[in-house]
Ligand binder design. Structure first.
Ligand SMILES: Cc1cc2nc3c(=O)[nH]c(=O)nc-3n(C[C@H](O)[C@H](O)[C@H](O)COP(=O)(O)OP(=O)(O)OC[C@H]3O[C@@H](n4cnc5c(N)ncnc54)[C@H](O)[C@@H]3O)c2cc1C
Length: 405
């Protein structure tokens, strides 16, 4: 594979290593392992905000942490990763968020854009789950408008000096490895403006000039630590650059589509959990002398939830398949994200309602789903930004070809 290229060669060349029956086995193995190892730890992890690292290590030992990484660290298999994401999402979206931030945001970007040396250094620890990675783009004053980042890097001989801060970074408080996206400043002290001035770096905890803040308190995903990264005259060798200097924004384009596809699995899993909870609860809870499931307005909820889950599952499958073929899926990944988020929020809301007061209590966990689902509308590019992507491409397709895709 050519280094420093945003072309999706890693995923497309090895996509055939697993087939649908192997994917089924991956799903079953992940479900078994997570149900044994993660289920007993969810409540404690949610209550304390401590990420269940031991479970990630067990996933790594079983080869279930990072199948999307390129060989020999993984299988280059996005579908397997997405199915595992679904299994995590069905138990704890918070746990899944931290795992995917490490594997999909840090690991896959190193796999895709890193040098051979960088891959050998960082990917074994990510694949085994022993090490935790994170990826930092967002800053206190810059979210959706990513090109406006202010964290700066300036060349100093064969080193770079980094200054600035990142916020809302998943895993920042616990990460061993960091990717930070910066804006490059020229020798004249002025920023290199626009698309060409972004440079990403791989940093490690313990480097002078890098420190992280305490985990934030937030609406949901309590078991996934989120926090800040501060860079104060952090001096790193040029070998810490990830990808081409000045090419970080270009590199990100494909990575974000992959991220939207794979992270979508968390929401699909959350919907499946809500569906199963509503049906199981509705079968045993009686009101007016009959099980809730016999009331047609409860059946309507089952139907609405089931329809959303099935639609998103099928569309997620189509988007991941497209990405694995190496085809562009910018619009499709945005559609998956905006509709998956909307459906997950609606489904969690309906599930709480279907369980009534018990749904509002923590015991049945659908209240956590309702809190967790809101992040899907925000992280990885908000729903509004996804709609801008969809509209822009749709308008271009119709005005250029006379029809959409
Ligand atoms: C729990 C959590 C984990 C996260 N993890 C990470 C991570 O690991 N790494 C990372 O880099 N970031 C991470 N983020 C940050 C996330 O990606 C940003 O929050 C998101 O991109 C939105 O940026 P913002 O919060 O600055 O909102 P803003 O960009 O300030 O947007 C505020 C509102 O304005 C809307 N808006 C903005 N621009 C437009 C426009 N042009 N048209 C219409 N509406 C617009 C937005 O949709 C939103 O509704 C995380 C966030 C959370 C909450």
């Amino acid at each position: 594979m050519a280094q420093n290229s945003s072309h999706p060669t890693v995923e497309s060349t090895v996509a055939t290593t697993l087939d649908p029956s192997a994917w089924k086995e991956v799903r079953i193995a992940a479900r078994k392992l997570l149900s044994k190892e993660l289920t007993p730890r969810i409540e404690e992890s949610e209550n304390t905000g401590v990420f269940a690292h031991e479970v990630l290590k067990k996933m790594g030992a079983a080869g279930l942490a990072a199948p999307m990484l390129p060989e020999p660290y993984g299988l280059g298999d996005l579908m397997a990763q997405t199915l595992i994401a679904e299994e995590m999402g069905a138990l704890s979206s918070g746990f899944g968020l931290s795992v995917l931030a490490s594997v999909c945001l840090f690991g896959a970007n190193v796999g895709r854009h890193g040098t051979e040396e960088q891959r050998q250094k960082y990917l074994p620890g990510i694949a085994s789950g022993e090490k935790i990675g994170c990826w930092g783009l967002t800053e206190p004053a810059t979210g959706s408008d990513a090109l406006s980042i202010k964290t700066r890097c300036q060349k100093d001989g064969d080193h770079y000096v980094l200054n600035g801060s990142k916020t809302f970074i998943t895993n920042a408080p616990i990460a061993d490895f960091f990717i930070v996206v910066t804006r490059e400043y020229g020798a004249d002290g002025k920023p290199i403006e626009g698309f060409q001035g972004g440079t990403a770096f791989i940093l490690e905890r313990g480097m002078p000039g890098l420190r992280t803040g305490n985990p934030f308190h937030k609406l949901g995903h309590w078991s996934s630590p989120t926090g800040e990264v501060f860079l104060e005259n952090c001096r790193v060798p040029a070998s810490a650059v990830l990808g081409t200097p000045g090419g970080a924004f270009g590199d990100m384009k494909y990575s974000l589509d992959v991220e939207r596809g794979v992270f979508g699995g968390l929401g699909t899993g959350l919907m499946r959990f809500c569906l199963e909870t509503v049906v199981k609860y509705g079968a045993q809870r009686k009101q007016f002398g009959v099980p809730l499931l016999e009331h047609q307005m409860i059946q309507e909820k089952v139907a609405e939830i089931s329809a959303r889950f099935e639609l998103i599952s099928a569309y997620q499958n189509a988007v991941i398949t497209k990405l694995m073929r190496g085809e562009g899926a910018n619009k499709e990944a945005a559609i998956l994200k905006v509709m998956g988020s909307r459906f997950a929020n609606e489904v969690a809301d309906e599930a709480v309602q279907a369980l009534g007061g018990y749904g509002y209590m923590r015991e049945y966990q659908v209240e956590r789903c309702l809190r967790d689902a809101k992040l899907y509308d925000i992280g990885g590019g908000t729903s509004e930004i996804q709609k801008l992507i969809i509209a822009k491409q749709t308008i271009r397709e119709i005005l250029t070809h006379g029809h959409s895709s």
